[in-house]
Design a binder for this molecule. Structure first.
Ligand code: CP
Length: 305
């Protein structure tokens, strides 16, 4: 793996390898020492809390240095292009870039001759592969397998990159996908991954109910849909129809009381904060895998801290 842009290039074996490494980091395994300093660039052109901060925590746990672009005070404000901003980080010594941008496949304008590895932290409504990897690991921790797991994704599916990456990856891993979405938040392209079914049916038959925020920032004239804002909310009454063993997940950020009732966020079924915790260890595994593939940098000896 030289870059992680989408989940298209991932195999089940590759995903399992990352999950196993993430589990070892979570269990306290010491990271290897590095022969040379490793610099991770954080270039976020859209808001983020979890992805940015958990990558920073992951990098620091591995002994890497973090270089952060503060977009509002950077030279992008003076007209510097995305490609030149990235080339600047490359010239300064960045080994791995973590990037988020509102343009789908934003990397196409600069990645061809890059000397660094790129991790896509989200491109518009396109892909969010690291979210998907931490999600499938959280499901595997819970159920021990993906094959035949029933995963229901509910809410604004069309505009959500985590939904798109999860649908692709979970289908590849053998899970059965169902979707329930309002018309304004539905994309027929998801039918290649699973069925679109009625909300109560999808929730009551699932092992995992995966809720999504309404991404109004990607909808033209969202005021047209105000009346439908809470139609796909996972209320306690709806959650009572879930199977006893079923769990609730959400990529977050959460709008409590909109797509999920506040009590469900903190309920025993919820794995939402577990997803965030797992995100650090999965992102350590991703960074480590990329540096291993850049060779030369990693030593076998455990870090003496
Ligand atoms: N899930 C996720 O990507 O969260 P952030 O937008 O806070 O990074």
């Amino acid at each position: 793996m030289n870059h992680l842009l989408d989940i298209d290039g991932l195999t089940e074996q590759g995903v399992l390898k990352l999950c196993e490494q993430a589990k070892r980091w979570k269990g306290g395994e010491a990271p290897p020492t590095m022969k040379e300093p490793v610099f991770v660039g954080q270039l976020f052109f859209e808001p983020s809390t979890r992805t940015r901060v958990s990558f920073e925590a992951a990098a620091k746990r591995l002994g890497y240095q973090v270089l952060t672009l503060h977009e509002g005070t950077s030279s992008t404000q003076k007209g510097e292009s995305l490609a030149d901003t990235v080339k600047t980080f490359e010239a300064i010594g960045m080994n791995i870039a973590i990037m988020r941008h509102s343009t789908t496949r934003y990397w196409e304008e600069f990645l061809d001759d890059a000397s660094f590895s790129l991790v896509n932290g989200g491109d518009g409504s396109g892909a969010h592969p690291t979210q998907s990897l931490l999600d499938v690991w959280t499901m595997h921790e819970e159920f021990g397998a993906w094959k035949d797991l029933r995963v229901a994704i509910i809410g604004d599916i069309a505009h959500n990159r985590a939904a798109r990456s999860n649908a692709k990856l979970l289908q590849k891993l053998g899970a059965t996908m169902t979707f329930s979405a309002p018309d304004w938040g539905w994309d027929e392209g998801f039918l290649q991954y699973g069925e679109r079914i009625e909300l109560h049916e999808t929730v009551s038959s699932a092992d995992v109910v995966y809720c999504l925020r309404n991404q109004w920032e990607r909808v033209e004239d969202p005021t047209r849909y105000q009346a439908e804002t809470r139609t796909f909310c996972l209320t306690e009454a709806l959650a009572n129809k879930m199977q006893p063993h079923a769990i609730v997940m959400h990529p977050a950020p959460i709008n409590r009381g909109v797509e999920i009732e506040s009590s469900m966020v903190d309920s025993e079924r919820s794995r939402i904060f577990q997803q965030m915790k797992n995100g650090v260890f999965m992102r350590m595994a991703i960074l480590h895998e990329l540096m291993t593939n850049q060779s030369k940098q990693v030593e076998d000896a455990p870090m003496s801290v």
